[in-house]
Design a protein around this ligand. Structure first.
Ligand SMILES: Cc1cc2nc3c(=O)[nH]c(=O)nc-3n(C[C@H](O)[C@H](O)[C@H](O)COP(=O)(O)OP(=O)(O)OC[C@H]3O[C@@H](n4cnc5c(N)ncnc54)[C@H](O)[C@@H]3O)c2cc1C
Length: 410
């Protein structure tokens, strides 16, 4: 019979490391289990607004930081012109290795098993995880942090899930694709697209200067069901660069990105708890999650530790329910629903309406748009911001916000 840990965490991505670190800090006996060693480099690069990492006291973990942060919503023809919108707000990219090291250090010397979970059995008082190796492990409660593809977490089926898709290249170019020292959050200029392509789901360029002649350019579709294919995004990226007379001279790294934006919230009555992608924590309007993981892990860990210490009779189901109540409070659920509603509207917008929407969004006061993107605005404030955005928007965007806009309005 294997020993029964307080908490068993599945995964070794950012979500797993964040929650394990906090559970260990609470003095709990934690068993972590992932298909690979926890120090294997993560495949993704994580971006975040600098203020979010500063508020967490983790700004030193940024590998890159930009003050010159802009977006483009014009097309050179309409009144918006080609001038960039200046965000006046620093953006950063985590130094993945440093973030991973810092979290692992906080996890202490717990035994991290390299195992793949295949089945989870709820035994009442505790939960059993059965692995491909044939080994089984038990804990009073299991937290699934195995990413958005988890087959263990129960959630309702609301139909097709919208995915964020992107194709990107880190490389050297015949001429700089963005200004020196610049970060471009969204370049929506569509002047490289044919009339037929303008009718297709829109995409934008996310780009940055890494210094020493290296840039990252990524053609991104915010959310679409079915998702835009990587080939389509690659074609658009090349067409965009070609329009500006830019060639890729050396590809140092290619990124193919695909993850769900509006995965339904998990059933909060199940005996399995989750954290990260598996718990639908990706921000439905932006696709960001790492800031939320770092902010929400300490609260969840504290509540679980308290429940485990004070109420030894609580079984897996009770503990998981306590966890869900903290992770997805009624306030956070309402905010999530608002974001999901907003996303469903944006997904119905054609490219002119989308550009117009974002042009208006970034005219909101900075605290409002950044709080919206970080999901740090209280519900009432978020509602006010959404109403303000509605009032500021041109009529064609307002109509789209109310009714959706499956047909472009000319
Ligand atoms: C290309 C890309 C770029 C992104 N960029 C950003 C960004 O800039 N900023 C941001 O905030 N968010 C970003 N996201 C969104 C989100 O933050 C990431 O998807 C994030 O990696 C999700 O973290 P996670 O730990 O929940 O899952 P994952 O990172 O997917 O980790 C899952 C872990 O579980 C393990 N695992 C899976 N199944 C099992 C099993 N059966 N048994 C044991 N272990 C298992 C895996 O090996 C892995 O260790 C990006 C996503 C992608 C795909």
């Amino acid at each position: 019979m294997t020993k029964c840990a307080d908490v068993l965490v599945l995964g070794a991505g950012p979500a797993a490391l964040c929650i394990v670190a906090e559970l260990v800090q609470q003095g709990l006996e934690v068993q972590a289990l992932a298909s690979h060693a926890p120090n294997r480099p993560w495949p993704n690069t994580y971006g975040i607004w600098a203020e979010e990492v500063e508020s967490l006291g983790m700004a030193s973990l940024l590998g890159h930081r930009w003050s010159n942060t802009v977006s483009f919503f014009g097309n050179g023809v309409d009144e918006d012109g080609l001038a960039p919108v200046q965000h006046h707000f620093d953006y950063g990219l985590f130094d993945q290795a440093a973030l991973q090291r810092a979290l692992l250090l906080k996890c202490g010397d717990i035994n991290w098993l390299v195992e793949t979970a295949e089945r989870i059995n709820f035994l009442g008082a505790n939960t059993e995880v059965c692995c491909r190796s044939g080994n089984t492990y038990r804990a009073r409660v299991v937290i699934d942090a195995s990413g958005h593809r988890s087959s263990f977490v129960r959630r309702p089926n609301h139909g097709p899930v919208a995915q964020q898709a992107a194709y990107g290249v880190v490389g050297r170019f015949s001429s700089p694709p963005v200004e020196s020292g610049q970060f471009v959050l969204m370049d929506f200029r569509p002047d490289h697209l044919t009339k037929a392509e303008l009718e297709e789901p829109p995409s934008f360029l996310y780009a940055m200067d890494f210094g020493e002649g290296v840039f990252f350019v990524e053609e991104t579709s915010l959310a679409c069901a079915p998702p835009l294919s990587w080939n389509k995004l690659k074609e658009r990226l090349y067409a965009r660069l070609q329009k500006r007379g830019i060639e890729i001279q050396e590809v140092l790294h290619e990124e193919n990105c695909l993850f769900p934006m509006n995965l339904p919230l998990p059933d909060r009555n199940q005996s399995l708890l989750a954290f990260g992608g598996s718990a639908s924590m990706v921000h439905p309007a932006s696709g960001y999650m790492v800031g939320a993981l770092l902010r929400r892990a300490p609260t969840l860990a504290k509540h679980l530790a308290k429940a485990i210490a004070i109420e030894p009779a609580l079984n897996s189901e009770d503990l998981a329910k306590r966890g869900w109540q903290v992770l997805w409070t009624p306030e956070l659920v309402q905010r999530h629903r608002l974001y999901q509603f907003g996303l469903s509207r944006l997904m119905s917008f054609d490219e002119t309406r989308l550009r117009s929407f974002f042009g208006t969004f970034f005219r909101l006061p900075r605290e409002d748009w950044s709080g919206f993107l970080a999901n740090t605005l209280p519900l009432t404030h978020l509602l006010i911001v959404m109403l303000r955005l509605f009032a500021m928007s041109p009529w064609k965007v307002r109509i789209g916000m109310i009714f959706g806009a499956s047909k472009p309005i000319s």
